[in-house]
Design a protein around this ligand. Structure first.
Ligand code: DX5
Ligand code: ZN
Length: 216
């Protein structure tokens, strides 16, 4: 299992310092890109991924909460994104988007909003490296975990097995020491945590506590 601190809850005015503070505790950080259309919020784009690449060696998992992201993928690949995920609800041509990400040398993921069923993955799950199950409606950090997503994680896990896919499951939204073990048991192995890491006084201890919650 891996913890992916989401920089959405970091201080954007001190972003490099906030990432450098935790870069030795994790393998990946999670970068939330929002366009103000697919979700009601605007954050950052490829220039920030590129700028961070110069400030840290930690790999970047880019979560695109963007309508029709295909035209932006090359920018993020050239900026140095290591993993890129697109929402199934946002892509008219999902296989093309996934192929662009893979051709660019990054790991490719698809994301499901809470109201999108696991069955929406049937035609794509064999082609992706990871499935991101949103456990809150995307748009903001610090929201409450939607417990009914546990059954969906299980359904995605079963679909991955039945389609002989090698995809792993990532979860994002409301992840803390209480909700992480439930997602782990359901089949997730990558855990995004924004407020649980960056809103803690001791961020190293917060990451350790999340890892420990999964080891019990
Ligand atoms: C929400 C974002 C999340 C967010 C999670 O739209 O996709 O990555 O940062 O924040 P927490 O962990 O605080 O729920
Ligand atoms: Zn995210």
């Amino acid at each position: 299992m891996k913890i992916l601190p989401s920089i959405l809850s970091a201080n954007f005015a001190h972003l490099a310092g906030d990432v450098q503070e935790i870069e030795h505790d994790v393998d990946l950080i999670h970068v939330d890109v929002m366009d103000g259309h697919f979700v009601p919020n605007i954050t950052i784009g490829a220039p920030v991924v590129k700028a961070l690449k110069k400030e840290t060696h930690v790999a970047q998992d880019v979560h695109l909460m963007v309508e029709e992201p295909a035209g932006l993928l090359t920018d993020f690949l050239e900026a140095g994104a290591d993993m890129i995920s697109v929402h199934v609800e946002a892509c008219k041509h999902l296989h093309r988007a996934i192929q662009i990400i893979k051709d660019g040398g990054a790991k490719a993921g698809v994301v499901l909003n809470p109201s999108t069923p696991a069955s929406a993955l049937e035609a794509i799950v064999a082609d992706v490296d990871y499935v991101l199950v949103m456990t809150v409606d995307p748009g903001f950090g610090g929201q409450t975990f939607i417990y009914s997503m546990i059954d969906k994680i299980k359904a995605v896990h079963e679909l991955i097995i039945s389609k002989k896919s090698s995809a792993v499951i990532e979860v994002d939204g409301g992840i803390n020491a209480e909700t992480l073990p439930l997602c782990l048991e359901a089949g997730a192995s990558l855990f995004v945590a924004g407020s649980a890491v960056f809103n803690s006084k001791d961020r190293h201890a917060a990451i350790k506590a999340l890892i420990q919650s999964g080891n019990k």
